[in-house]
Each structure stands twice: as structure tokens, then as C-alpha cells.
Write a protein that binds this ligand. Sequence first.
Ligand code: FAD
Length: 449
Amino acid sequence: MSLAKSEVVTIAGAGLAGAYLATLLAEAGVTVNLYESRPDMRQENVGGGRSINLAISRRGLEALAAVGLSQQVEALLIPMKGRQIHQESGGETFQTYGAQAGEGIYSVSRSGLNRLLLDRAEATGRVRFHFDSGVESVDLDQKMLRLNNGSQVPYQRLVGTDGSGSMVRKSLLEKTGRFQAEMLDYGYKELTVPPMQGNFALEPHALHIWPRHRFMLIALPNPDKTFTGTLFLPHTGNPGFSSLDTSDALQSFFEQNFADALPMIPELGQEFFSNPTGVLGTIRLDTWHWQDHLVLMGDAAHGIVPFYGQGMNCALESCRQFFENLKNHGFQWQNALPDFVQNRKPQADAIAQLALKNFWEMQDHVADEKFLLEKAVLNSLEGLIPGFRTEYSLVTFTEVPYDDALEQGQEQKTLVKQIVGNAQSLGEIDWQNAETLARNYLNQHQLRS
Ligand code: FAD
């Protein structure tokens, strides 16, 4: 660890990944310079934020535990035990996440968590904060940051955690070239569901989904008894953000598609027309590092669409793995960086793929009978056979590498189709056969891994 003491690391972006990584490094004795384009959110309301709350699960919680934050974060969490599906007919169904004892996903406030991470970084005594200091560009040859206040700052090592619009990435790409930002033709809009008669307007311990095939509305609970609703909708076409251009069009769109939600969003028109429309995409790069002195982390390296609730979980896990890798290489960055990228990139690619798959699943298949039956069978097998975990559980409740979870999910899809056959309900499943097939699958998978 003594090697770390001579290190000075510069981090661009004091969001979730940046503040977390600063803590890991500082606890190991590294001096950290943390540059953030916005003011200190602990002193000022920085506003304009997106995704007011996030779903946090095992990978994120383990990362927080590694810096001693388990207890503090608990105060910010609201458990969500399953998906509450609001059908077009007005009916509702509840799909449990199939978690085992002690497992769950939680709604957490983005700003609450970010503040906690900034406080934790500050408590190390080795992090120097530079707020209101956005990075405009990086000179990779001179190892120099150019800030938006006109100053130039030299660095020894630089980590770009400046999010999906990363300026550090932009400078890296001038050297390395290939970049793919696969944008969805979908945007999102945040809407508030205020408390009703002093209480939550919806069941608080659930992630609410109104799946409507080509679009959907979701809502996650907040500690102040509000919900943050997010409408995902194509940018163009009808319905699309471009066609919802008058209060009347918006009102009738909601009356037609989200009749039960409409009375719960009293500021619909005001919020819809004044809140920004967020964009969604997947970021893929050939590499995340340059020589031995620059690396990207979090959304800057591997931004994904939000439909598996894993972007932040993945970002924190990446930071943790990066730090472990750095330690294992005795803080020799020239070996640690390529090793980290080589090991982590397949994981990021896998969760990117899973998140896109879940996009279609959430808005479309969650209302499909066959899909629901297959899901119920896999969940039942998880309860019946020790060691059998569904793809969702592997991603959400374990730290199994994402690419392994992806592969197991694909194999389970074949398995469940074989089990379900022409059955229409759980009662029609041949459970003896199902168990035998599932145990065989599990044995084969364990033999291969
Ligand atoms: P960010 O959180 O974006 O932080 C980047 C930081 O860098 C910010 O503080 C920013 O101000 C700063 N910055 C930007 N540019 C500069 C610059 N030039 N110089 C200096 N500083 C700069 N993930 C989940 O795990 N669960 C969820 O449920 C979930 N839901 C989501 C819902 C939506 C609608 C969206 C859009 C995302 C969601 N995510 C979710 C993903 C999650 O928000 C991101 O993966 C996570 O925020 C990544 O953290 P980060 O620190 O890499 O980037």
C-alpha cells in the first residue's frame, strides 16, 4: 500500500462513480483532486438533475459496504419487492422479483446518495474538491486538463467519471478513434406523483410499470412519499414526444393510456412541457484507457439504457474492480489499466445487451401471458432447486459476472420453452420433468464453469 502514498490521482466528475472512486483511492493513501462542473450539491440545490431516484441492488450495495456506508445508506432506501403492473384494462398484477431471504432492490435518491458519497470522500481527508470546474478538454501528450474557467491543470493520472457526455472521453477518442453511441429513438420525461392525503398515492414497496407496447410509464417511490414517474416514449411518430405538443393532446394521450395514473399527476401539463426530455443510449468504446495515465469509468466508459436498473450498480462495481486490480498490480498503472479494461469490458458489453433486452421486456412482454408463465416457471424453479438462479436474480441479487448471467439467461430461455411446451398455466406444468431438466441444466452449467 505504501506505493499508493506517492500517487496523486485527478478525477473528472464528482457524480456517483467519481465520488466513490475518490474514496477508495484516498483510503489507500492516494491524494485525489476531484473536479466537478457543477457547484457543491451539499451547499446548493444544483437542480436540473435527471433520474431523481434509482434502483440500487446487490452490486451497488456491496460497493457501498466496501467503504463502510451500509448503515448510512439504509436510511435512504425504500425496498421494492416486485413489479406492480398496471394493465390497460385498469387491472393490476404484482410480479415478485423472486428474491431469496435478505435480497431485494431499493429505490434511492440520486442526490441523497451523491451527497453521502461526497461526505464520505471528504472524510478521508485526502480529497481536494474543485467544484464549478468543468473539464473542457484533455491534452494527453502534455498530461494537462483545460478547465472551463480558462485555467490549465497538469495531472499525473486521470480518471474520467464525467458521465455519458464525457469530455475526457472526447479527448481520448481523438487518439484512439472508434466510438459507438447507439441512441434509442426513445426519450424520457420525469413526472411527479405527490402524496395523497399525506400518504403514498401508490403501493410504496413496488416498482410500478404501465407497459403499453411501444411506450411505458414507470414510477419509483421517494422517502417524502412522492413517486417519481418516468414516461418512456419515442421521440417521433404518434404517439411520440413530438406529437404531444399541446395540452389537449397530452391530456387525451394520458386519458387513453394511463387513465388510472392521470389523477395522480396533478402537475402533468406543467411538468411535461417544462421538464427536459432525456435521451437514452448505449456507449461502446474500443478501449477505456490511454497508456498508463488515463482511464474512463462509469457512464463515461459504458453508459447503458436504464431498463435493467444497473447503470449505477455497474459503475460502482467497475470502480471497485478497478481499485482491486490497481492494488493487485502494486499501483503499477501501466499493467493495471490494460488488465482492468480487458477483464471489465466484456462485463460492460453484457449488461449493455441485457439492458436493451429488458427494454423490450418491460414495455411489451410483461403484459404477455406466455412470457409471464415462463417467468413464473423460472421463479418457481429458483425456489425449488438450490443453486438455480434466474438471469434477473444473477444480475440483481448476486455479483456473478454479467456475461455469465447473460449466458445463463440465454440457456434458461431454451430450458423454459422445453418445460412449458403448450401449457397455459402453472397447473399444467409437469413439475417432475421440469425439475429433472433444470437440475441437468444446472449440472452442465456448473461443469462448464
Ligand atoms: P453521472 O452520475 O452522470 O456523474 C457524472 C458527473 O460528472 C456529474 O456530477 C456531472 O456534473 C459531472 N460532469 C459532467 N461533465 C463534466 C465535465 N466536463 N467536467 C467535470 N465534471 C463533469 N442506474 C441504476 O443503477 N439504477 C437505476 O434505476 C437507474 N435508473 C436510471 C434512470 C434514468 C432515466 C437514467 C438516465 C439513468 C439511470 N441509471 C440507473 C443509470 C445511472 O444514472 C448512471 O449509470 C450513473 O449515474 C453513472 O454514474 P457516473 O458517476 O458514471 O455518471
